[in-house]
Design a protein around this ligand. Structure first.
Ligand SMILES: [Zn+2]
Length: 264
């Protein structure tokens, strides 16, 4: 969402960048947040066609791929960008993007018209991924009637786990999710709903704040970022959510906000 009531936490959709000490980058998802990131990348090596970027895709719901046609590093020849994600049911990952770029939706008219070298790779959640400069392991987690991929990323001795767009059956965190999150320095977890909202929106594929806290506590993580805010939650509602959450746990936590840079 956008507007004056959303200025502090922001209204863009999912795009989370990781930067290792040696300057290597990694991106999770191509939500609308990538348009801002693109400006920074173009001011650096991506503007000269010397950029390299692996992109890990949680799933292909529109809010996670919506930024693809507007991600300007795709338009610079020489950049090498690889997109890695699990295959959606009944269609290849490449075809999802080709559909998104067809003339009904975009003048780009296909991945082949992007100037950068773009490759699409199918991954199998549960396996680790070969991403230079990072250790990446993955797990499948339930998301409404489908699955998304969660990622555990380690670089320079710091581990971040990204677990969004998840709703566990009966709100009981799965063994796979807990194992992936175990001992992370930072857990970024879906926390779309308060308990009251969750009772109404059960089955939508997202978690409550309480579930995010439960995963953080049981997996013994050092810090928790509440992520994927409800689009209806204005800044003041998110402030109250954080305050209330802090009363319930000793795990240090905060609400993810657009443009936040987190030091290891
Ligand atoms: Zn989704």
């Amino acid at each position: 969402m956008s507007g004056a009531d959303y200025l502090r936490y922001g209204g863009n959709t999912t795009a989370v960048e990781f930067v290792a000490a040696n300057g290597r980058r990694l991106l999770i998802d191509l939500g609308t947040g990538v348009t801002e990131l693109a400006k920074q990348l173009l001011a650096a090596e991506f503007g000269e066609g010397k950029g390299e970027l692996p992109i890990l895709l949680t799933h292909t719901h529109l809010d996670h791929i919506q930024g693809l046609p507007f991600f300007t590093p795709f338009f610079v020849k020489g950049n090498r960008i690889s997109i890695m994600g699990a295959e959606p049911i009944g269609i290849s990952l490449t075809d999802v993007f080709q559909n998104q770029l067809n003339p009904h939706y975009s003048p780009l008219n296909g991945l082949e018209n992007l100037a950068a070298g773009v490759t699409v790779h199918t991954i199998y959640p549960g396996n680790s991924l070969p991403v230079e400069g990072f250790e990446v392991s993955t797990a499948s987690v339930p998301h409404g009637g489908m699955w998304t991929t969660a990622f555990r990323i380690t670089a320079d001795g710091t581990t971040v786990v990204f677990l969004s767009d998840v709703e566990y059956p009966e709100s009981v965190p799965t063994v796979e999710a807990l194992a992936l999150a175990k001992g992370a320095d930072l857990l970024i977890h879906d926390a779309m709903f308060s308990e009251e909202e969750y009772r109404k929106r059960h089955g939508w594929g997202h978690s409550s704040v309480n579930t995010a806290i439960e995963v953080a506590e049981r997996a013994d993580v050092a810090r928790l970022a509440l992520f994927h805010h409800n689009p209806d939650s204005v800044d003041t509602v998110i402030d109250a959510m954080v305050e209330h959450a802090r009363e319930r746990t000793s795990v240090p936590l905060y609400a993810a906000a657009e443009g936040t840079y987190i030091e290891p």
